[in-house]
Ligand binder design. Structure first.
Ligand SMILES: C[S@@+](CC[C@H](N)C(=O)[O-])C[C@H]1O[C@@H](n2cnc3c(N)ncnc32)[C@H](O)[C@@H]1O
Length: 209
């Protein structure tokens, strides 16, 4: 695993206004109580989950990573910490208030308020043809099958050769078969130190469901 790119400034360095924001767990819990089905978890991912989410990514050669469903930004923070200037990070979040929170927390990040189902448009508008990795915190199992198919289909088509689609979950192994319907290679990485324990489905090799 490569180390953080020390040649470049730490884009995750907290902006001075971060201290004036409520803590991320509070923002997340409040959102969960308002929009439980869309948020799908009561706590943001732990830093241990965030580390496993990016494990194995070669940040020396990666040119583009997309995050879908950033929430309050635990994965975003790890991505910003690890990626050098040569890696473009596109952070997509549907909820307008969470986007505002993310922009205050990470003023130098590219935060896009959009539906993950519009990923093609988001990438086309930025002249991006392929991405190396997609890290998703989306509540995919609770998204209507048609929309889920669309998100996974676009993601798979946009991945560069050797790229991965990484899905966070708080229900370890439960949806393994669902992801196997879409990808030929699915590996599950368990993360105990998360509330609740969860993990990452690391998927590659697209197949028609
Ligand atoms: C379980 S939270 C994950 C947050 C964060 N990635 C983490 O690990 O703590 C799911 C996030 O996905 C966002 N979301 C849900 N549906 C979405 C969609 N169609 N497009 C983009 N974001 C979406 C929600 O607003 C929420 O912030």
């Amino acid at each position: 695993m490569s180390e953080p790119d020390r040649a470049h400034p730490d884009r995750s360095a907290p902006h001075h206004s971060e201290t004036s924001q409520p803590p991320d767990w509070w923002v997340f819990l409040t959102k969960f109580l308002q929009r439980g089905r869309v948020i799908a978890s009561f706590a943001p991912s732990s830093r241990f989950m965030a580390r496993v989410a990016v494990r194995g990514i070669d940040f020396d050669t990666t040119t583009c990573i997309v995050e879908l469903g950033a929430g309050t930004g635990p994965i975003t923070k790890e991505l910003l910490r690890r990626a050098g200037k040569h890696t473009r990070l596109i952070i997509i979040e549907l909820d307008a208030a969470l986007c505002r929170y993310l922009r205050r927390r990470f003023p130098n990040a590219e935060i896009v308020e959009a539906d993950a189902a519009d990923l093609d448009r988001v990438l086309d508008e930025r002249g991006i043809a392929k991405v190396d990795h997609i890290i998703s915190g989306l509540p995919l199992p609770s998204i209507a099958e048609e929309i889920r198919d669309r998100i996974l289909d676009i993601s798979a088509r946009r991945l560069a050769p050797g790229g991965t689609f990484r899905q966070l979950t708080i229900m370890p192994w439960v949806y393994y078969r669902m992801y196997r319907r879409y990808f030929t290679d699915v590996r599950f990485k368990f993360v105990l130190r998360n509330l609740p324990p969860g993990g990452i489905y690391q998927c590659s090799g697209w197949q028609e469901p």
